[in-house]
Design a protein around this ligand. Structure first.
Ligand SMILES: *[C@@H]1O[C@H](CO)[C@@H](O)[C@H](O)[C@H]1NC(C)=O
Ligand SMILES: *[C@@H]1O[C@H](CO)[C@@H](O)[C@H](O)[C@H]1NC(C)=O
Ligand SMILES: *[C@@H]1O[C@H](CO)[C@@H](O)[C@H](O)[C@H]1NC(C)=O
Ligand SMILES: *[C@@H]1O[C@H](CO)[C@@H](O)[C@H](O)[C@H]1NC(C)=O
Ligand SMILES: *[C@@H]1O[C@H](CO)[C@@H](O)[C@H](O)[C@H]1NC(C)=O
Ligand SMILES: *[C@@H]1O[C@H](CO)[C@@H](O)[C@H](O)[C@H]1NC(C)=O
Ligand SMILES: *[C@@H]1O[C@H](CO)[C@@H](O)[C@H](O)[C@H]1NC(C)=O
Length: 520
């Protein structure tokens, strides 16, 4: 899906006791939130939608939720909470593009039922957060200045939400999300579990899909050249360009780092040499904001289209900073795509997309801006809805100091709190590519060891995400491994949002791995 036009630049994805209900009505009056029917839609599973204030904040900060009751009583014990990323993108994107009960029919706002809806695998809660995202509202000036505010708001809000739906308090909770939710979710889980679990919740697992939870320089710059090599055919990259990336990787020391990450088990921590561009959180903070602006307005782009242009953009750009493989790759592909020599309608979120790919955000914008739809969801008078908000994106990615990468806190969630951590990636995602994800996993130490001992190479299949031996009559869906409470699945044929192109495979993954706890 091509979200690119939604943002002023894809780069930004990185950078990354006012109780409304009196005690008397708490836990009782949910009927006012019931969604009875939705315009243009087949009949829905039982659901409740609306807004609830974030306690302890100014008036006007209300988070929108849409809660679906499980369609299968066998999964009555499970509650999945889904988060989209951005930051500032609505969770209704995931809900309508392959994980929820409804999907848009083709390039229209007609809705159809999704046979692979996760509502068949548990109660599912979609929340638009932080405040101001999607149907959620925010006071002015914008109150979520950094990730700590975002986390605190969500946790405060969840408490009052669970007071309204008290039967959910005892469920097994699975926090799942993609992209920038790779930062939201670990911090939220940590806030819920540290300090003696103030809400006494039973959080069983977290799942991070194509998530920005690692060291940003490692996930972007270190891995980029190698990723281009593996996808050179799809991306129409000639040998001379690949060689220029290889030469730069050698000069920047990335080749060494990657080599260490290829050893299973790894022998030591991986160092990211130098001080590469693109949100290396260790570097000079005064550059952080400046870089966001220059990357956002395209002023560092020298439109490289030959080997010497690649070399100059990676190594000699005073604008991007040293070793700018990520931005250079983006600039190269947008240049060749526009010139007609590269992939047509190049999409960093899924390199298999072309000009016939439908972009969901405009469809969401059109549908959820309809007055009758808003009335059905109890958000009358919302005004136009938009799937992503660039003000929120800019605020959180530009926060000083930047949010530290979440890989610092993941090990404690797994080791101390016994959470299952599921990491997955789509192979066609170039924004947060799988090589960077694998590198980041191998650099992490949990339950007494660093990384996986075994390389992820066991195949899995749609309909059965657990170990199955290769068989000639069934095409594999990807490879996986799991050790000491952490699993990793790499999906073939999928981009940044795995369920968007592989809803059946993703459904099996959620059923067998996340909710079924088949790997550990
Ligand atoms: C995005 O969020 C900000 C902060 O709440 C708000 O002022 C602005 O109107 C929103 N923009 C859109 C397009 O919704
Ligand atoms: C690996 O972990 C070490 C220590 O935790 C950290 O200093 C280093 O930056 C990490 N490297 C990568 C590639 O994430
Ligand atoms: C490479 O491209 C630049 C323009 O982007 C051009 O000025 C330069 O002459 C080219 N170099 C070669 C060797 O073709
Ligand atoms: C370009 O960068 C390389 C590597 O950092 C350096 O050796 C070289 O002198 C630079 N060239 C120019 C023209 O600045
Ligand atoms: C979908 O519809 C919009 C609006 O009519 C149009 O701009 C866009 O090109 C269409 N996309 C495809 C893939 O047909
Ligand atoms: C940790 O979780 C696993 C299930 O993933 C469970 O079997 C085990 O008993 C738990 N251990 C502790 C100490 O709670
Ligand atoms: C599956 O593969 C494993 C290891 O390759 C082998 O030991 C086992 O016998 C196989 N099982 C079946 C049912 O083919």
């Amino acid at each position: 899906m091509n979200f690119i036009e939604m943002f002023y630049f894809f780069y930004f994805l990185w950078a990354l006791s006012v109780l409304f209900f009196s005690k008397a009505t708490r836990g009782s009056d949910i009927s006012q939130f019931e969604v009875h029917s939705l315009p243009g839609s087949p009949s829905l599973p039982t659901s409740w939608a609306g807004r609830l204030p974030v306690p302890g904040t100014q008036t006007g900060n209300d988070l929108f939720f849409w809660l679906f009751k499980t369609e299968d009583v066998a999964y009555d014990d499970d509650l999945i909470i889904w988060f989209n990323g951005g930051p500032g993108c609505s969770s209704l994107i995931g809900m309508t593009t392959g994980n929820g009960p409804l999907s848009f029919f083709g390039n229209s706002t007609d809705l159809t039922l999704n046979p692979y809806s996760w509502t068949k695998l548990g109660h599912v809660l979609y929340v638009d957060q932080p405040v101001g995202t999607g149907f959620s509202t925010a006071s002015a000036p914008y109150p979520a200045k950094n990730n700590a505010d975002v986390t605190a708001h969500f946790v405060q809000w969840l408490q009052s939400f669970l007071d309204l739906f008290p039967h959910l308090k005892s469920k097994k909770i699975h926090l799942m999300g993609e992209s920038y939710a790779g930062i939201y979710i670990p911090y939220i889980a940590s806030a819920l579990l540290e300090n003696n679990n103030p809400l006494s919740l039973n959080i069983q697992s977290i799942s991070l899909g194509d998530g920005s939870w690692g060291n940003a320089a490692a996930m972007a710059d270190v891995a980029m050249g190698t990723y281009l090599h593996t996808q050179a055919h799809q991306l129409k990259i000639p040998k001379s360009i690949l060689s220029a990336f290889t030469a730069a990787d050698n000069i920047c020391g990335f080749t060494d780092t990657l080599k260490k990450a290829q050893e299973y088990p790894p022998r030591s921590k991986f160092h990211v040499p130098g001080n590469p561009e693109n949100m290396n959180y260790r570097r000079d903070l005064s550059r952080h904001r400046r870089d966001l602006i220059t990357a956002g307005d395209g002023s560092c782009n020298i439109s490289p289209n030959n080997a010497s242009g690649i070399h100059d953009s990676i190594l000699n750009s005073t604008c991007y900073g040293p070793c700018a493989t990520f931005s250079t790759a983006m600039d190269y592909l947008t240049t060749t795509s526009a010139a007609g020599t590269g992939p047509p309608c190049y999409d960093v979120y899924d390199i298999s997309h072309d000009c016939s790919t439908i972009s969901p955000p405009p469809l969401l914008g059109e549908y959820f801006s309809q007055k009758d739809v808003q009335k059905a969801l109890h958000v009358e008078e919302n005004g136009p809805y938009s799937a992503c908000n660039s003000t929120i994106l800019g605020t959180l990615l530009g926060a000083i100091p930047p949010t530290p990468p979440a890989y610092d806190i993941l090990p404690s969630l797994v080791t101390k709190h016994n959470l299952s951590l599921h990491i997955y990636n789509g192979k066609w995602d170039m924004l947060l590519n799988h090589i960077g994800t694998e590198l980041s996993i191998q650099n992490m130490t949990w339950r007494g060891g660093q990384g996986f001992v075994e390389r992820p190479q066991r195949p899995f299949f749609a309909g059965n995400a657990a170990p199955v031996n290769g068989s000639s009559c069934s095409a594999g869906t990807g490879v996986w491994t799991a050790e000491r409470g952490v699993s990793y699945h790499l999906f073939d044929g999928a981009g940044h949002s795995v369920f968007a192109s592989k809803p059946r495979e993703m459904f099996s993954f959620v059923r067998d791995v996340v909710v079924g706890r088949r790997v550990d």
